[in-house]
Design a protein around this ligand. Structure first.
Ligand code: SF4
Length: 267
C-alpha cells in the first residue's frame, strides 16, 4: 500500500488534493491541530492506493467520501493513460451508497472522532442514551408546540438509518404536526441504536476474552489481501518499467577478473 501510494503521489497534481472537500472542511473546523502537512493533504492518495491495489469496481462509502472515490477514478484514469499502453491496469471504481448516506454526529456535523461527536459501538447503553439526549435537533422546534422537519434534523437521520418503518412514519408525522416532543423522539432513536449495538457488543466479548481469535481472523485476511495486492504491484511495476530483479555485483576471480581501472592498465 505504501509503495503504490508513493507511485501514485508522483502523478497526482497538487490542485486535485487541495480541492478535496474534506481537506478544506477539516482545516476550517479543526483549529487545535496543525493539519498543514503532506500527510494530511496526501491522505486521499493513500485511500486511492488502498482501493486500487485490490482493483475494486465498487467502494461502500458514506456521502462525504464520494469525492475521494471520484479522486480515485481520476488517478486511475491518469495512471492508465500514462502507463496502460501495454496492459489496462486499474478499473475506475464507483461509490456504493446506502439510502441514508450520511451519519450525523451528536452536534449535527458528520460523525467523526476528530469532532468529538461520536456514538461509539463500544459505548454502554446509558452512555448511548445520554449522548442522544444532548443531540441537536431541528432548530425550528424552539417550543414543544413548534412543528419540525425530520429531514433537516440529525435525530431524524438516525431514525432513517436505524429505526423500523413504523417508527420512521410515527416520527415523520409526529414531528411535522408537533404531536411528539424531541425527548420522546430521541428515546426511540436510542432504543433503535441500542437494539443494533447491543448484539455487536455481546459478540465482541468473545474476542475480548480471547484476542487470539481476532488475530487469527486478521492474519488470514492479511494473507489473502497480500496475494491480491502482490499481483497488482507486479502489474504496476511492469507497466512502469520498474523491475525488482536484482543483479548481484560480479565476483572478482582469477578466471573472471572484474574490469577495474588497475587491472585494465595491467592488461
Ligand atoms: S421530533 Fe425528532 S425529528 Fe423532529 S425535531 Fe425533534 S428530534 Fe428531530
Amino acid at each position: 500500500h505504501a509503495e503504490l501510494h508513493l507511485l501514485l503521489s508522483m502523478i497526482t497534481p497538487l490542485g486535485w488534493l487541495e480541492r478535496v472537500p474534506t481537506y478544506k472542511e477539516q482545516r476550517e473546523n479543526i483549529k487545535e491541530k496543525d493539519l498543514g502537512t503532506y500527510g494530511f493533504l496526501g491522505y486521499p492518495v493513500l485511500q486511492s492506493a488502498d482501493i486500487l491495489i485490490y482493483k475494486a469496481d465498487f467502494v461502500p462509502v458514506g456521502e462525504d467520501q464520494v469525492p475521494h472515490v471520484e479522486l480515485t477514478r481520476e488517478i486511475a484514469r491518469r495512471f492508465n493513460l500514462f502507463y496502460g499502453k501495454r496492459t489496462y491496469v486499474f478499473p475506475e471504481p464507483q461509490p456504493l451508497l446506502t439510502p441514508a448516506a450520511k451519519l450525523p454526529g451528536t452536534d449535527g456535523r458528520k460523525m467523526s472522532k476528530s469532532y468529538g461527536n461520536t456514538i461509539m459501538l463500544t459505548d454502554p447503553e446509558p452512555v448511548v442514551r445520554q449522548k442522544l439526549k444532548t443531540m441537536v435537533t431541528d432548530p425550528a422546534r424552539v417550543r414543544r408546540s413548534d412543528p419540525g422537519n425530520p429531514d433537516v434534523c440529525p435525530v431524524g437521520d438516525l431514525h432513517k438509518i436505524f429505526s423500523d418503518r413504523a417508527t420512521i412514519t410515527k416520527v415523520d408525522e409526529g414531528c411535522r404536526s408537533a404531536a411528539i416532543g424531541c425527548i420522546e423522539c430521541k428515546s426511540w432513536a436510542a432504543d433503535a441504536l441500542v437494539n443494533i449495538i447491543k448484539p455487536m457488543q455481546d459478540r465482541r466479548k468473545k474476542y475480548e476474552q480471547n484476542p487470539r481469535l481476532a488475530w487469527d481472523i486478521l492474519e488470514a485476511g492479511a494473507a489473502r489481501a497480500r496475494k491480491v495486492s502482490g499481483t497488482t504491484m507486479d502489474t504496476v511495476r511492469d507497466a512502469m518499467n520498474m523491475s525488482l530483479d536484482y543483479e548481484p555485483p560480479r565476483q572478482d576471480t582469477d578466471d573472471n577478473p572484474v574490469a577495474t581501472t588497475a587491472n585494465k592498465k595491467n592488461a
